[in-house]
Design a protein around this ligand. Structure first.
Ligand SMILES: N[C@@H](CCC(=O)N[C@@H](CS)C(=O)NCC(=O)O)C(=O)O
Length: 233
């Protein structure tokens, strides 16, 4: 078995792709080791072998799988004896809801507040590429988006209420232990802490305590291994 994960790398090695963090956490959950290969966001030639233009991409032996959700499903079916990412078909169905909630609701409300902080972490070509992509997507200059963030973060925090209610009752979204639904939500906060010093969560928020628990998982994997060089084997 040989596993390679292709993910984004910033100029100084920061592993800033939020979707790739879902896969990194899923691999750790499954107790699988992978080689991590960094790619630049504007370099589509490096990932042309996957017949699409986004990361994460997992190469598992002869198989090439793109898209974090599809990768999670692949890991679950290919490694059934390792700890489960979903806890069965019902859990998989509910995790799919969390995937859609994060992708369709939360990302669009947090990313614009922090997008301006990402560009200086990239080299010139990548910075221009991603900056333009953000501006096209959110329809405003990055500086304008960032200027409103102290106000707009309040609305984002409110959106977390369903998750916050769960955290008051149990330590993880998935119950007593973390699973893929937690990794999906966590990827957004992990991205934010890698690219920005902006306080997304308030210190006393139950979500902050959950984020700390997530950072502690797998020997502090997400807390310590934010830099690409630390992951190269
Ligand atoms: N639905 C995909 C989204 C992947 C995605 O948007 N990846 C971003 C990085 S976090 C990317 O590769 N962007 C490059 C581009 O859009 O050119 C997944 O879940 O993996």
């Amino acid at each position: 078995m040989s596993l390679t994960l292709f993910e984004l790398r910033a100029r100084d090695g920061q592993r800033y792709s939020q979707f790739s963090w879902r896969t990194t956490m899923a691999l750790a959950h499954k107790q699988l080791k992978a080689a991590h290969k960094g790619v630049r966001v504007s370099d589509k030639v490096a990932i042309a072998f996957s017949s699409q233009d986004k990361v994460p991409i997992l190469v598992d032996g002869e198989e090439v799988i793109a898209d974090s959700w599809r990768i999670a499903e692949h890991l679950e079916s290919r490694y059934p004896d390792a700890p489960s990412l979903f806890g069965g078909d019902t859990g998989r169905g509910l995790a799919r809801f969390i995937n859609a909630w994060v992708d369709r609701t939360l990302i669009g409300r947090l990313v614009p507040l922090i997008a301006a902080d990402v560009v200086p972490l990239l080299d010139e070509t990548d910075g221009l590429y991603l900056g333009k992509q953000f501006e096209r997507f959110f329809g405003k200059p990055l500086a304008e988006l960032a200027a409103a963030r102290e106000r707009d973060i309040v609305g984002f925090r409110k959106l977390l209420d369903p998750a916050r209610a769960v955290m008051r009752a149990q330590p993880f979204l998935s119950g007593a232990n973390p699973a893929y639904a937690d990794y999906i939500l966590f990827s957004l906060f992990q991205w934010a802490r890698i690219v920005s010093t902006f306080e997304v969560l308030e210190p006393k928020d139950a979500m902050t305590a959950w984020r700390e628990r997530m950072l502690d998982l797998f020997g502090g994997l997400a807390r310590t291994q934010t830099s690409f060089s630390a992951m190269v084997e």
